[in-house]
Design a binder for this molecule. Sequence first.
Ligand code: ZN
Length: 476
Amino acid sequence: MIPNQHEVYPASVHNVGQTVFALVRGPDGRRLFLSSPVPGFAGDPLPSGGVLCPVSFANARALTKVFPWLSPQRVSSGPGFGFGDRLGLATPGHIRALREAKVFPVLAQQSVRENARTGRTFEDVLVHAIFGAFQEAYQGGFGADADHLKEVEDALHAADLGYTFFTCDPSDHVVAVERLPLAEVAKRFRSLPDADRLCREYLGREFILGGGGALRFTEQDLARAGVKYGGAVAFAVEMYRALVARLPQGFDFELSVDETETPTTPLEHLFIALELRRHDVALASLAPRFPGAMEKAVEWRGDPVHFRRELRAHVAIARAFGPYRLSLHSGSDKFSLYPILAEEADGLWHVKTAGTSYLVALEVAARFAPPLFRKIVRLSLDRFPKDRKSYHLSADLRRLPVLETLPDARLLELLGQDDARQVLHVAFGSVLKSPLGEELRRVLSEHEEEHYEALAQHLGRHLELLEDKDDGQPFR
Ligand SMILES: [Zn+2]
């Protein structure tokens, strides 16, 4: 019944009424096979009477009508984990990484910037998450995060497509007060339209947090917070209200201020939380800029005692004014932080990863297609001066092993070396948009199982370390 030259993904076979649904793999990639035509699905009719449908947005949407668990959902109670997938091929591996972990997975998660770099769209990201879940017969529910939204229009577009999670990035409206003289900050504060109200509501007061902590603002603290985040709060309120009008049934709203130069202080967090509450913005999560070096695709560097203390204060605020989750962005490979996050945030956390799954894909290339991997490394090195912009990195090219003298059997070492990881990580757009992107996809599809297993292992290690070992009942 299924056409020649097509292999079936066994878990995807479902009988609905008289029709068999199955995901198949043929010479042109993945297709949805239907044993008889079904309204809403578009594809090529087969001599057998069946239909072979492309992996498209319209067909993904039709699929969610037949299998409601394939529709993106809001993050349920408990922690969340974002599995960003730059290639659109990783979802089955991400699902396998979940195993018994009690996190709510976000299987579609790319930012506007990532999509621009890879030439993808919000539609495309969602399509691959939905078909990936179908391929694995995954029915546990997942979210779809339109990440780092800097325009209200982009948020509404994602809402129309079925996204459930909106990460508002107000960084264009954040003022870098650290660079301004104190007198200038004070002057700017006085010119804010609600300066008087802020003084009345914030000064001379003690804000009591759970756990016996309390915070108070000095005039200087308030001026800095008001000038730094006043515009950001206004922008978040605008995006939130536009989303409420579009999605009255509800959605997850995250505010991300993680891409600032200096760490978000608990006082700044408190200011943001109070102002958002004043405007009835219900946060699902907030991504502060955490202390220490949070660089892409490598381990965190910093003082863990300080991190824990700051995190504890952020958690107390999130609990008192939400509760909402604390979101750890650039969360890939921060293995030393996960146990601290699990212990201190007690289920009120969300971790976002993306780059690390791309590096797992490159690992597959290094193992099975060394010449391709070498080409990818060379292109990444060429593009590094340009691609590194907009990222905080400490990669030093002089520490990289010399590619030309490195034998094939040792190519994997590059993926274990921090400088090389960062060079490879930031070049994802250059690689995926070049002809090498197509070659990489071909290698991954030839070694599909190995790709999924490598993802399951690597992301599974993230999830294991995020389990709270203390109470044995980690995620409530
Ligand atoms: Zn971020």
